[in-house]
Design a protein around this ligand. Structure first.
Ligand code: PEP
Length: 252
C-alpha cells in the first residue's frame, strides 16, 4: 500500500498581524516532532517572519496564492519565486474565495499551479461544489471538471496536494456526512489514478476542508482517502489547531 504522509494545513486567510505569531510559538512548543506534516499559510505580510520563526521546527509555511507569471508589472500580486524566497514550501491555489472574489477560473489555477511547481513549490489545489450543485446531484461532475481543468500535466505525487472543500461547508460550521466526504475523496483518488497512473494517483494527498474543528476532526480523518485537512478558522489559535493535529497523528 502506498504511504502518504498526512498533512494538517492551516489557512490564515486575511487574518493575523505580528502579535498573532505567538500562536506559532505555542504550536511549535506543543508539536516538537509531529508524526504528520504541519503547515501554516499566513498572509503574505507574515510569511517571512513565520518562516524564520519555524525554520528549525517541524512547522512548514506556505502562501495562499501566487501569480501565473514569474515576475512583472502586476501591482499587488506575489510570485511563486517570492513565496519560495520568503521561505514557503507550499502554496494554496484555487481556493473558492479566490475563485469567487477574483474570478479565478480553472485555467488560471492550472497556470498558477504550473509556475508554482516550476519554481519548486508544492501546490494545494482546491476544488469544491456549491450547495446548489450538491442539491442538484452535480457534485462529482463539478469536482471532475475542476480537477481536469485546474491541475497541470507536470504534477507528481510529491508536488500535488488536492483539497476537497465544499463551498457551503467553509466557515459555516456545517460539514457533509462522512459518507459524502468518502464518496468525493474516493472519486478524486480514482480520477487522479486514471489521469496520472496508479503511482502518482495513489501518492497525491487529498485533504478535506470546511469547518474542521477539534470536535469533528477524528471522525473525518477516519474516512477513506482523507489524508489530512485544510483548516481555516480553527488554524488561527494553537488551542484549536493543536487537537486537530493530534487527531491526525493518531488516525489510522
Ligand atoms: C478554508 O477556507 O479553507 C476553510 C476550510 O475554512 P474553515 O475551516 O474556517 O471552514
Amino acid at each position: 500500500m502506498t504511504h502518504r504522509t498526512k498533512l494538517a494545513a492551516g489557512n490564515w486567510k486575511m487574518n493575523g498581524v505580528w502579535s498573532g505569531l505567538s500562536e506559532v510559538t505555542s504550536l511549535m512548543q506543543a508539536h516538537p516532532a509531529p508524526v504528520c506534516e504541519v503547515l501554516l499559510c499566513p498572509p503574505a505580510t507574515l510569511l517571512s517572519r513565520m518562516s524564520d520563526m519555524t525554520v528549525d521546527s517541524a512547522i512548514k509555511t506556505g502562501g495562499q496564492d501566487c501569480h501565473a507569471d514569474k515576475s512583472g508589472a502586476h501591482t499587488g500580486d506575489i510570485s511563486a519565486t517570492m513565496l519560495s524566497d520568503a521561505g514557503a514550501e507550499y502554496v494554496i491555489l484555487g481556493h473558492s474565495e479566490r475563485r469567487a472574489d477574483h474570478g479565478e477560473s480553472d485555467d488560471d489555477v492550472r497556470a498558477k499551479s504550473r509556475v508554482a511547481i516550476e519554481n519548486g513549490l508544492k501546490v494545494i489545489v482546491c476544488v469544491g461544489e456549491t450547495l446548489g450543485e450538491r442539491e442538484a446531484a452535480n457534485t462529482l461532475d463539478i469536482i471532475g471538471g475542476q480537477l481536469a481543468g485546474s491541475i497541470p500535466d507536470i504534477v507528481t505525487g510529491e508536488n500535488l496536494v488536492v483539497a476537497y472543500e465544499p463551498i457551503w461547508a467553509i466557515g459555516t460550521g456545517k460539514i457533509p456526512t462522512l459518507g459524502q466526504i468518502g464518496e468525493v475523496h474516493d472519486f478524486i483518488r480514482t480520477t487522479l489514478e486514471k489521469r496520472f497512473g496508479a503511482g502518482v494517483g495513489r501518492s497525491v494527498r487529498i485533504l478535506y476542508g470546511g469547518s474542521v474543528k477539534p470536535g469533528n476532526a477524528s471522525e473525518i480523518f477516519a474516512v477513506s482517502n482523507v489524508d489530512g485537512a485544510l483548516v481555516g478558522g480553527a488554524a488561527l489559535k494553537a488551542e484549536d489547531f493543536s487537537p486537530i493535529i493530534k487527531a491526525l497523528e493518531t488516525s489510522s
